[in-house]
Design a protein around this ligand. Structure first.
Ligand code: FMN
Length: 179
């Protein structure tokens, strides 16, 4: 099973990206988790740039989405909302086939950000009927360095929370795939 984990933060020391990296080490057997953390490489969406004009960076991301059995998104809140780069990526997906019916789960590296989460849930449920609102992982990691996050999530309590999230997600994907 292939999972694609998308970070909503292009920041080098992003806590959301670090959470996804830690998750990669805890993926169950048979689950391959790859990470996309370069939303800053995608041009600003315009309907005029779709179809044959779709930029290469966007096509590469869409191809990864197409190949994935499921998507994890971990995004910060910016100005009480979805960061522009994250929303821009979703706008590129809207009129494409890759996202339709794709199972998507949210993770979130902050104890804050409920307005962004509410908005992102609405948006994802709109673009994919595979959105899984009940599969959710939240870890209060604001201000922590990626190395400290890796160490923290390796501890048994946090590791088992992450493992449970991944098991819930892969179980939901298998059940949608009919087995
Ligand atoms: C431009 C900007 C706006 C932000 N707005 C909010 C906000 O509205 N609510 C909030 O809880 N945090 C806000 N933050 C803080 C980030 O959500 C927080 O630092 C988060 O951990 C960043 O995620 P990252 O470590 O993955 O980059 C903002 C940060 C930035 C840079």
């Amino acid at each position: 099973m292939k999972l694609l984990a998308i970070s909503g933060s292009a920041r080098q020391d992003s806590t959301n990206t670090a959470l996804l990296h830690a998750m990669k080490h805890l993926a169950p057997d048979g689950v391959e988790l790859s990470i996309f953390h370069r939303l800053d490489t995608l041009p600003v969406f315009s309907p005029d740039a779709e179809g044959e004009k779709t930029p290469v960076a966007v096509l590469r991301l869409l191809e990864q989405i197409g190949k994935a059995d499921g998507i994890i998104i971990a995004s910060p809140e910016y100005v009480r909302s979805i960061p522009g780069g994250m929303k821009n990526a979703i706008d590129w997906m809207v009129s494409r086939f890759e996202i339709i019916g794709k199972p998507i789960a949210l993770a979130h590296a902050s104890h804050r950000g409920d307005e962004m989460l509410a908005s992102l849930r609405t948006v994802l449920a709109t673009v994919s009927d595979g959105f899984l609102p009940h599969v959710f992982l939240r870890m209060p990691l604001v201000g922590k360095h990626p190395e400290d996050i890796a160490a923290l999530i390796a501890e048994p309590t946090q590791a088992s929370q992450v493992a449970r999230f991944l098991t819930d997600l892969t179980t939901a994907i298998r059940s949608r795939q009919g087995g």
